[in-house]
Design a binder for this molecule. Structure first.
Ligand SMILES: [Zn+2]
Length: 225
């Protein structure tokens, strides 16, 4: 996970072998117990593909925040989570201010500027200098497999579209990176996983590939050490 890693930071993503995590709190608990993180308050965003960002801490009464796609905390006793199965987990860390955030974005979240709104909340509510915010965009469905129809494609700038053999694909990670750079973050502080959840069928769940009625998903997490 490259340049994002820091000694004060805990973050990661479960894999297919860890089992499905969406809505399966017993499985989440055993996954975090294996990593000695079960003493922390685990707070999840109950995803809506919208743009709501919530600041939480260990006094937050809820374990799942409804209608929310991004969480922020500066509380060491919290572990933030989102589930993903092709969507992009976006990890944020400011070492100076000791604050972390985690956002979930699919194509709707990208159009709703969820990553930019999370960065703005860090800047406005925690006085983060945008040049100090580091980003890791984790494994997700990449431009090799994120095929869309014309109605979705037309909502994105042409620079994010790849057209081959009459098919259209979108590069969501680059669209997110551009939004963050527009907000003042440094391109060098934004790293993007090259792993495609659709391609890596033994390692990750992929909603597009599996097309199950019940979504099987990985869990992304971040916290301060
Ligand atoms: Zn792929």
């Amino acid at each position: 996970m490259g340049s994002f890693a820091s000694s004060n930071l805990i973050y990661g993503l479960s894999e297919k072998s860890d089992g499905p995590m969406k809505g399966d709190f017993a499985n989440q608990q055993s996954f975090f117990k294996q990593r000695n993180l079960d003493e922390r308050k685990i707070i999840g965003a109950d995803l809506a593909h919208d743009d709501k960002v919530m600041i939480v801490n260990s006094a937050t009464s809820l374990r799942m925040i409804p209608n929310c796609d991004a969480l922020i905390t500066n509380d060491k006793n919290c572990l933030l989570t989102v589930t993903v199965a092709d969507c992009l987990p976006i990890y944020f860390y400011d070492q100076q201010k000791q604050v972390v955030a985690l956002a979930h974005a699919g194509w709707k979240g990208v159009l709703n500027n969820i990553a930019q709104k999370t960065a703005l909340s860090l800047i406005n509510n925690f006085s983060c200098n945008p040049a100090n915010i580091k980003i890791f965009i984790g494994p997700h469905i990449q431009k090799c497999h994120f095929e869309v129809q014309g109605d979705v494609a037309s909502q994105f700038a042409p620079k994010y579209l790849i057209e081959t053999d009459d098919k259209k694909y979108i590069n969501l990670a680059v669209a997110i990176k551009d939004q963050l750079v527009k907000t003042g973050l440094l391109a060098d502080n934004i790293s993007i996983s090259s792993e495609c959840t659709y391609c890596l069928k033994d390692k990750y769940f992929s909603f597009r590939r599996e097309r199950d009625k019940i979504v099987k998903a990985m869990i992304a997490y971040i916290g301060l050490d």
